[in-house]
Design a protein around this ligand. Sequence first.
Ligand code: ZN
Length: 271
Amino acid sequence: MNEQNQAAVREHHGRPSPREASLAADVPDGVDTVVALGAHPDDIDFGAAGTLARWAEAGVSIHYVVMTKGDAGGFDPEDRDGMEARRREEQEGAARAVGALSVRVWEEADGHLTPSDRLQRDVVRVLRELRPQLVLAPHPERDYERYQRSHPDHLACGEIVARAVYPALENPFAYPELQEQGLLAYRLRHLWFYGAPAARENRLVDVSAQLPTKLLALRSHLSQHPDVGAMEAFVTRQLRAQGERGGLGLDVAAEAFHATEVNTAETIAGF
Ligand SMILES: [Zn+2]
């Protein structure tokens, strides 16, 4: 960590200026459990593996939820039948590298993810089981600067999560069957989006120390990388560019997020 960034972290513990408050190097107050959702195996690791590794090191419980089987991924036309199992194993390996406690891979078909009441209820169910204070999801808005970030499954996943956390997650009458199963409604504080359009980014996390872990997690998704060296160089360049854009310095690797608060101390009740 360089001097400039150490100063920013220190400042964050004291009375941060608005600019320095945006450098959320540490775990937000009151967060001990994080659930990260993604559309495909590897999305969470591209978007947030460094931050999740950093928070896991700080003692936060990390859980992965992947909505599709990733069955349309990869490059090998001979290995279509094995792709689903392979990608599940790759995701489990990556999550292990990050320090996550659990990985759930759902059965949705890769390329066909669509917001639905069924999936919204599934998200409410898993969040009420794990009860995170912070949820991570892909950004639901299309990035017109980089279409590859905005795979329709990514946008759908972000939309499903955003719909689920308000109001259904906190409304005991939204899915009474969940409430009856003891999966009780609660209010979520933080919803952070990765893969956000640049204009939406408002939080940077310094992941310089976790960059090797992030690359290890990404290497685990071997079926997705025809050229591992090029992928690693791209990711490293991108993280350093984000650090530089955020004023952290040239040698700082940073993951960028659009951080939102679903509920704060000022939020009034009501559906
Ligand atoms: Zn994806």
